[in-house]
Design a protein around this ligand. Sequence first.
Ligand code: ADP
Ligand code: TRP
Length: 333
Amino acid sequence: MQAMSNTPAKMTIVSGIQPSGNLHLGNYFGAVQQFIQFTEADQDCYYFLANYHALTSLRDGPRLHALTRGTAADYIALGLNPDRCSIYLQSDIPEVCELQWILTTVTPMGLLERCHAYKDKAQQGIPSDHGLFAYPVLMAADILIVSANRVPVGQDQKQHVEVTRDIAQYFNNTYGDLLTLPEPYIPQSVATVPGRDGRKMSKSYNNTIELFAGETEVRQQIYSIVTDSASVAEPKDPDKSNLYPILKLFCNLEEQAYWQDRFRSGGLGYREVKQAIFERFMEKFGPARARRKELESQPEYVDAVLKRGAEQARKLSLPLVRKVREAAGIPNL
Ligand code: ADP
Ligand code: TRP
């Protein structure tokens, strides 16, 4: 991984996913794949379920509860090894919310007004709540609480990591250098995975291909990728198609060249490409899907992983918050 080549010391890696829906290809290639790589490269890795963040879009207690444990099982099934990284719930680290409050007091309004989640809603005239406005400060707390150096995320989260750096700098200028400035880690080839309609794949656009949906549903999702009406015989531009960028995710360079050539030469029908995507998908995620089924009957195991993960994360969060409190003049017990 190029981000590590000139950094000899071990790095601390952190990232989270909101358990507000079912994991999809965008989450895997844009985030989880990199989570696994950092873990396998023996870095200090902290991966959590951002269940407080999820409250900004999901107001259904039982569903959030089920999705939270389910997403933890997804992480494990996909190959995140709980013996080599810490997997936990954001809500199990109370220091996160405490740090968030302190950070809000050094965060200028203008910085948050520029953040896209809130700004997009405001521009469309949709009322938003304080949670959505303050969302980037909570994300900053998630990152700063473990003194992370790198944050593997998709392109859509880059701004939030930059805001985290700004907030850390405001804090450090006010109270001294306690907070570590993190950098985003976004491999360009997977920065934005397109959805079935060509827009960014996202739970909120209903254009996903879900990692753990039933086989019939996965097939149906893949077969509903939007295509034009070009005939089989016509040559096609792979880069203008919604299919090629998704197929490409599963291909090495040689295979990419093969498919590009097939698109351009004509005689390639969209059904054949969809079938190829389906086969690649099942080949790649088949073992994870089987493991995910097994984990369904082992909720105690998943809970134990989360408990251990929270204990590990709190080894970092507690001392950090004590230093922050002390610097800000809040007494420690
Ligand atoms: P969604 O947009 O579906 O709600 P999340 O916001 O929960 O997804 O994203 C969790 C992680 O997955 C983040 O790091 C995000 O950047 C990444 N991610 C989500 N969708 C994509 C995508 N289409 N391409 C690349 N990365 C993505
Ligand atoms: N905001 C991220 C998303 O929607 C999830 C998230 C919350 C996160 N806290 C984080 C990601 C800290 C990386 C680091 O995808």
